[in-house]
Ligand binder design. Sequence first.
Ligand SMILES: Cc1cc2nc3c(=O)[nH]c(=O)nc-3n(C[C@H](O)[C@H](O)[C@H](O)COP(=O)(O)OP(=O)(O)OC[C@H]3O[C@@H](n4cnc5c(N)ncnc54)[C@H](O)[C@@H]3O)c2cc1C
Length: 222
Amino acid sequence: MNETFSKLVKELQAIVGEGNATDDRAICTSYSRDQHWYFVPAKNPACVVRPGTKEEVRAVLMLANTHKIPVIPYSTGINVRGLTIPVHDGSILLDLSRMNRILEINPDMKTATVEPGVTFGMLLEQTQKYKLRPAFPDAPLTVSVLANYYLRGIYQTSAADGHDHTISYEMILPNGETLKTGSRALSEMPYFRYGVGPDFAGMFCAHPGTCGVVTELTAKLY
Ligand SMILES: Cc1cc2nc3c(=O)[nH]c(=O)nc-3n(C[C@H](O)[C@H](O)[C@H](O)COP(=O)(O)OP(=O)(O)OC[C@H]3O[C@@H](n4cnc5c(N)ncnc54)[C@H](O)[C@@H]3O)c2cc1C
């Protein structure tokens, strides 16, 4: 690893803590392939960064943007198309699995607001207490709710897709600005699909990891 990159890892450690940014080869190799390894060539990220808060995500993105370093967001890494395998040398793998809080379950509005690391299993365990559940893909319960809905997952049991189950989300753009969709843009209320003006949720969804990092998503419960 060259000197410039070692300096960058130190800067990343200053943001997320020493134990949460590394260029250790064994750790980087563990992110180098997925189930489609036969079709998608394996490639190591140059380093793995594990932020714990959205402010840390913002700081990492701004640093990467300054140095023009590719960033690959990773929520649970269970996609089956090589979507989190680096394409370019020197990429940062941004593992969001530490951000695994269910921020709110609102039984009156029938909504749940989650961070990227929350899986369908984790969410179901909590929503069952209210006799509610999220819509499930035909996928392992270890998949990220946020990533699956943001990617517009499909569901064998219904014609609705992941975007239909999404009400609003918050995304941090590469320059550090925050995009809030639906009623989030007007107030702290995330419960309405549309705010005033155009539908930014539709414009920005299903661009896996290329437009920014989704840090919160509010979904419908049933
Ligand atoms: C056997 C199997 C069967 C499946 N069947 C289905 C099915 O029938 N229907 C269905 O909908 N799904 C299905 N899935 C699940 C689906 O593949 C994943 O939910 C989906 O690809 C997302 O995977 P993930 O949640 O692990 O996200 P990841 O693998 O972490 O990320 C997927 C993509 O989203 C980007 N990304 C991740 N997090 C963020 C973020 N916070 N902000 C911005 N971009 C982000 C990544 O960069 C990457 O490009 C199946 C999975 C398996 C293993």
